[in-house]
Design a protein around this ligand. Structure first.
Ligand code: PEP
Length: 248
């Protein structure tokens, strides 16, 4: 069965209750006819207000992180149960900004992924190489490590989404070419096949992320192994609707 495309926005640490509500109100009619699945991953504190804002639309709500413990003495953290309270369906795990600035490791990515899955929230697990890793021909080695450790003990890999986000392309305006993105995502699928079986790997949605925008989305989405996008900057504007409607 064909994989249904999935476009997710990552608001990062942007927007307020008012600006978020306004953007969603404007997006709603524009994405009504979209053929893909759609999510907006919003800052935790905006989740309650945005949960109301997306009601009655095709837009599902996502978070940008989840703690791996069910509850307890983890000041400042958010549990899967808290996210579920507001109908959160997706959670970004292991975004490169969290790896770079907040000490996220492949091991903590793995713990968060297992917790999200256990709680019925779909993890969007981010993997990707830095510029120096690409230049040193280490892309496949890095991705293999991120997948082997990050997805350890996952029972059903088809219940998660992978976002391939080359770090050098995030927020830089530098997009991977269609061919670069396709080739690397094909490698990721092959690796998933080795870890979880080819049949399962062929069911996993793999997004591209990294300066994807209203102009370059068509070419990227036309690639056979690219099933969607994780969109940062362009998800803060109505361009997000253009990306969601990439096939029109
Ligand atoms: C991201 O945050 O995952 C991302 C891809 O950002 P941008 O689209 O701004 O490069």
């Amino acid at each position: 069965m064909a994989r249904k495309p999935f476009i997710a926005g990552n608001w990062k640490m942007n927007m307020t209750v008012e600006s978020g509500k306004q953007l969603i109100a404007e997006l709603k009619p524009l994405v009504k006819e979209a053929k893909c699945d759609i999510a907006l991953c919003v800052p935790a504190i905006l989740i309650p207000a945005m949960a109301k804002a997306v009601k009655g639309s095709k837009i599902k709500l996502g978070a940008q992180n989840v703690h791996f413990a069910e509850n307890g003495a983890y000041t400042g953290e958010i549990s899967a149960e808290m996210l579920k309270d507001y109908g959160v369906k997706y959670v970004i795990i292991g975004h490169s900004e969290r790896r770079q600035y907040f000490g996220e490791t492949d091991e903590t990515v793995n713990k968060r992924t297992l917790t999200a899955l256990k709680n019925g929230i779909t993890p969007i697990v981010c993997v990707g190489e830095t510029l120096s890793e690409r230049e040193n021909d280490e892309t496949e080695k890095v991705l293999s490590r991120q997948l082997e450790i990050g997805l350890k003990d996952v029972e059903d890999v088809t219940k998660l989404v992978i976002a391939y986000e080359p770090v050098w392309a995030i927020g830089t305006g530098k997009t991977a070419t269609d061919e670069q993105a396709q080739e690397t995502i094909k490698f990721i699928r092959k690796k998933l096949g080795k870890l979880f079986g080819v049949k399962n790997a062929n069911k996993v949605k793999i997004q591209y992320g990294g300066s994807m925008n209203a102009k370059n989305c068509k070419g990227l989405m036309a690639q056979p192994d690219i099933d969607g996008g994780l969109i940062g900057g362009a998800s803060l504007k109505l361009d997000f609707a253009t990306i969601v409607n990439y096939d029109k």
